[in-house]
Design a protein around this ligand. Structure first.
Ligand code: SF4
Length: 688
């Protein structure tokens, strides 16, 4: 074994960080990651990677890795054997189900885990426990985009591939810090803009890199994008620039939609959004003059109080201008996590089975009930937002979270943590002793992507295989094995020997993935859903019409939701998002030396105006106080933000964690928290 460990091994994997889905070869010797070698065959990234994919792997050998199951005893945890931990889980979950029924239990899947693991988690919830209380973190990010697309075009995914974005005549980026959040994808846009004459318009609160590069940058007031989008669409229609042929042949609801736009005049939009009429007219003219428009958007849109409606307004604009069905056109909601697309695709949602078939459909339930040999419940499930309330009111008694740092990444975390304390039984399955794990009764040690096989689906709906690079550390196990062990302790008889068998089962049941097979995904091969039974995939959506009975898309009227009202003393708006070097709360990147030494902590971006008014300089420590909590952080004075708008990166695991400030208010259609709608007051922390 020692000899074998000395050999250098080269294995293909898929990045564990963002939704771009870069794949590459990873060189290892024993457990040491020697280097990451890009491969021209990689479909999403070719030879590009960003700093996280290249240098962000030390965490797999971190001393903080969990290597044994842990069981709570009073205020401390003790190590346990797997059998003991699994027996305890089965005993407690069965007892709670017996006493309070299956809906007293909830399950949360992980966007870091594989498609196969997401499938198994929802099968455990539905098929073994008998509840639809299953969700994943797309509830925190992209559910509103999915909702906007379901309403208008029928599929909740990017319209085409990253290479299609390169072909667009015009790219409109709204509420996305693309250069830092989706770096490799941003490189493609930068290149097309610089070398191929692609037009670039950016709308954001903050003048980030893409904004600086843009032909036109507009800065709307917080949470007002729906208004300028609707005004631009109305102006296009009024000028006679709508694509009538496309609308007549492929779109329903045009007249009613036009009526709904009446109030969205340029004058009204200028007043609400702060964007000048001239700029809106310029955007409309640029759209008119471009042969194709791709709109890229992210959390700056979806995490508004009206995130679903704003996403819908984007899709409406694309339909009115005939910007679907061709390369270079369409909707590109940029998925955050490496597998946030797949977590929803494979049914970790309270109302959708794998492939987005509805739980409410009796035929769909019958199909799964027959395949699994147990009844899929009809009762609609709780999403993760509902689950927090249900912990507080005592109706949710047990929770099983896999790889989700809910105690830091959900909004209003003080409320979430208080909810955890009310649970009768709490299982956390993770690779680290996370903040969430502090509240658990049993902690199960899982394996990160490098220690397992499976598939991830990136933002382009692209399935890619990851191959096992390392053995699981200590007694940790791949999540699919742990879920199977838990299910079997609860009486199931699952016998999967490899994730390919799980995919085989899912593909048989979910028509969207009918032709997905591991042999078609060998090496750098990939497939983009929908995948027909014969293995033909769909890089560009809607070329055969839209997935509605009459094959036509639908214009969907929407109304602007005004931002939350705060008392006057909360006079500063806190925008939030990512830094290039760190990923989300930072459990992985702060444990990767190369990265954390470069950017050891977050800082608060404040404008020069605010700095002058409050006598702040870079380095001043301030306390931000919202109605829900407070954070302490050092300032960085910059021109990127303006006036009383500040920017706090979300990458902090301690006293500067953004969600100590956020509220429990959420988008009415999806319950996605309004993370971007925070007002605070600011105090300078006195030097001690
Ligand atoms: Fe990983 Fe995203 Fe960076 Fe690609 S762009 S290397 S997927 S973090």
């Amino acid at each position: 074994a020692a000899m074998r460990e000395e050999r250098i091994k080269k294995t293909k994997t898929v990045c564990t960080y963002c939704g771009v889905g870069c794949s590459f070869d990873i060189w290892t010797k024993g457990r040491k990651v020697l280097k990451v070698e890009p491969n021209a065959e990689a479909p999403a990234n070719g030879i590009s990677t960003c700093v996280k994919g290249k240098f962000g792997w030390d965490f797999v050998n971190s001393e903080d890795r969990l290597t044994k199951p842990l069981i709570r005893e009073g205020d401390v945890f003790r190590e346990a054997e797997w059998d003991e931990a699994l027996d305890l889980i089965a005993e407690k979950m069965s007892a709670i189900k017996e006493e309070s029924g299956p809906h007293a239990l909830g399950f949360i899947s992980s966007s870091k885990c594989t498609n196969e693991e997401s499938y198994l988690m929802q099968k455990l919830a539905r098929g073994v426990i008998g509840t639809n209380n299953i969700d994943n973190c797309s509830r925190y990010c992209q559910s509103p985009a999915t909702m906007g697309l379901f309403r208008t075009v029928g599929y909740g995914g990017d319209s085409g591939s990253i290479t299609d974005i390169e072909k667009a005549g015009m790219v409109l980026i709204i509420g996305s810090n693309t250069a830092e959040s989706h770096p490799v994808l941003a490189t493609r846009v930068k290149r097309s803009h610089k070398l191929k004459g692609q037009k670039l318009v950016v709308s954001d609160l903050r003048e980030h890199e893409m904004a600086q590069r843009a032909d036109l940058f507009v800065k709307p007031n917080p949470s007002s994008d729906l208004v300028w989008l609707s005004a631009v669409t109305k102006y296009i229609i009024d000028q006679g620039w709508a694509d009538r042929e496309f609308i007549d042949n492929q779109v329903n609801g045009y007249d009613e939609y036009c009526k709904s736009l009446e109030e969205y005049t340029l004058e009204y939009a200028e007043q609400v959004t702060g964007i000048s009429k001239e700029d809106m007219i310029q955007i409309a003219e640029m759209i008119r003059d471009s042969d194709s428009l791709a709109v890229l958007w992210a959390m700056g849109v979806t995490q508004q109080l009206g995130g679903s409606d704003t996403s819908t307004a984007i899709s409406n604009l694309l339909l009115v201008t005939g910007n679907y069905t061709r390369p270079g056109c369409g909707s590109y909601p940029l998925r955050g996590h490496n597998n946030v697309q797949g977590a929803s695709d494979f049914g970790s949602m309270p109302d959708r089975m794998p492939g987005y078939e509805k739980v409410a459909d009796p035929d769909v339930r019958a199909k799964y009930s027959e395949a699994w040999g147990s009844e899929v419940p009809e009762h609609p499930g709780l999403n993760n937002h509902d689950m927090v309330d249900a912990m507080h009111d005592g109706t949710l008694r047990a929770l099983y979270i896999k790889g989700e740092e809910m105690a830091l990444v959900d909004s209003n975390v003080n409320y979430v943590r208080a909810g955890f304390e009310k649970l009768d039984f709490f299982v956390v399955q993770d690779i680290f002793f996370s903040k969430t794990a502090e509240y658990a009764d049993v902690i199960l040690p899982a394996s990160p992507s490098l220690e397992k096989e499976g598939t991830f689906t990136n933002t382009e709906r692209r399935f890619q295989r990851l191959y096992q690079v390392l053995e699981p550390l200590g007694e940790s196990k791949p999540d699919w094995q742990i879920i199977m062990d838990v299910a079997n302790k609860l009486g199931a008889e699952w016998k999967y020997e490899h994730p390919s068998e799980i995919m085989e089962e899912a593909a048989k049941l979910a028509p969207l993935f009918a032709g997905v097979r591991y042999d078609l995904l060998e090496g750098y091969n990939s497939l983009q859903w929908p995948v027909r039974e014969d293995g033909t995939d769909t890089p560009l959506l809607f070329t055969d019409g839209f997935p509605f009975p009459d094959k036509k898309a639908r214009l969907f009227p929407v109304k602007w939701t005004t931002p939350l009202e705060y008392e006057d003393k909360y006079d500063i708006h806190v925008n939030n998002g990512r830094l290039l070097e760190h990923f989300h709360e930072g459990n992985l990147t702060y444990r990767s030396k190369g990265i954390s030494s470069k950017t050891p902590s977050v800082f608060l971006e404040v404008s020069t105006e605010l700095a002058k008014e409050r006598r702040l300089t870079s380095g001043t420590e301030v306390r931000l106080i919202s109605p829900y909590g407070q954070v302490v952080v050092r300032c960085h004075v910059t021109d990127r933000v303006k006036g009383k708008e500040v920017y706090l990166p979300m990458n902090d695991m301690g006293n500067a964690a953004i969600n100590l400030l956020t509220s429990s208010y959420a988008d009415k259609d999806t319950d996605t928290p309004a993370y971007k709608d925070i007002m605070v007051k600011m105090e300078v922390v006195e030097e001690r």
